[in-house]
Design a binder for this molecule. Sequence first.
Ligand code: GLU
Length: 605
Amino acid sequence: MRGRSVAALVFSTVLTTGLTTGLAGPAHARTTDEPVPTDRTPVATGFGGAVSSVDPDATAIGLDVLRRGGNAVDAAVATAAALGVTEPYSAGVGGGGFLVSYDATTQRVTTIDGRETAPAAMTPDAFLGPDGTPRPFPELVNSTLSVGVPGTPATWERALAEQGTMTLTQALSGARSLAERGFVVDEEFREQTVDNAERFRDFSSTAQLFLPGGDAPAVGSVFRNPDLARTYQLLGEQGAGAFYGGELGRAVVDTVAAPPVADGVSREVLRGRMTLDDLLAYRAPDREPTRVVHDSASGTVEVYGMGAPSSGGTTVGEALNVLDALDSRLGPTTDPVVSEHRKLEAAALAFADRNRFVGDPDVQDVPQQRLLSPEFAAQRACPVRDDAVLPRPVAPETGCDATGETDPEPYEGQSTTHLVTADAAGNVVSYTLTIEQTGGSGIVVPGRGFLLNNELTDFNAAPAVAGQPDPNLPGPGKRPRSSMSPTIVLADGRPLLAAGSPGGATIIGTTLGILVDRLDRGVPLPEAVAAPRVSEQNGTATSAETAYVESARGQALAALGHVFRPVEEIGAAAALEFLPDGRVQAVAEPVRRGGGAAGVVHPAP
Ligand code: GLU
């Protein structure tokens, strides 16, 4: 998406020699040192490893790492760091994320939890105003009260140390050069900047970086971020310690305490209380992945995902289990309307349990095993019928009677980015990272070139259902619940698929939709990614892309009783699949968010 730069591929000494992008599509010869736009390609098939992301520069940097002998983890960190340059409103060292990986040597799936944490000073009522009701949401977003301790630097360092082959300096080298050399601004980058311009203006550091001369960078201009290049250099030299206690961390703490509010801004900017101790205490722990065994049309597969504090793995997993239970009870179906209806019912049931039970597992018990057990799914599937829609909202953990109370849909942002990588040895990474809102808190750390997240707005400011325990209230050192769903699917113990998406709580529906299309309905992965999307969240209406609502299937579902709220676009997925003939296929968005970039090391379409 963002600006495309072939120069980004050739800038550094490490990257210069004999570089070809490996991105399918028209080749570009480099004629000058100036960055020029590169093309995006939604599907690439071949050998030697693959990368898919929303951005061609980032994908090309990941592929180059693979080409130079790096493995899937090295490539994932390199790609993520590049996205911090070209997708600075969605990802960066000021945020967090979840990295799921398959290690071909141990044949195990592991996960790293790089979710942001609340400062130790955060209290459960932190987001309530003086009258005891939640503060207006924009007040929380555009503040440092919602800034969590970033987890991305720790994630990168840990992933490389545990599973990579490169140093942080090596893995960040492509992104550092990209930040120095710059990329060509496209419509999407300009549009996102324009959309955020009003709040960016409130902070002098942000306006200086993203509104040069007072306006969003023009389409076709070159956007450079030398401050971020220096940040990456420092991280490489000093390790993540530069962040967790060092110079970068001090800059974060200072910015949280005293955000650079521009002259003339009269509104109150709420301040967080983050200390250097909060940063020193930060850990990106390994978590047990979620795992369900799913009876897909293409055989039995194991679906691995991210456990709490993300709700992605349990919610996608529970929904798949409910679908299996429905196949047993009602019989398998090939009817597209019935199949889709069951998917929506399964998602609603799983969402009810997610809202009720999933939060930070270090703070409260999250009954992950129960949520993922086939017995629980069979109990949950009990009220589902093929000829009627369960009244929304359905209640959590019920059996045949699933009638619920009103459950306001908790808010989650619409930013974030997902990437997948695979190498020739069969290692795979599925990684979603975020700064929460598009543009995060809107506050750039002065002189450091990155935005701070507003991830703590993923907490519920007050209990979602009065009188019902809420696992997702703010708390000291606590991680807010996420919906990020980086997923890896194994068949016969070997990687088959990897997928994920941004989109806040819609991520779950996007990921579930791709898995069901590909695994249960036999839809080729590129079509599964491109297909019109729906996001059932157990609310009063189901968000769905217009093309979904207007399709014959959408109309039949509406006739059955589903209530749709049309939206322009849901998610921006990235995925890959190992094909039976040994090739790997990388898949990106053909259209959403301006289209993504899939690439393989040795194309063999
Ligand atoms: N903050 C959201 C989450 O963790 C992600 C935001 C997004 O995807 O846009 O689920």
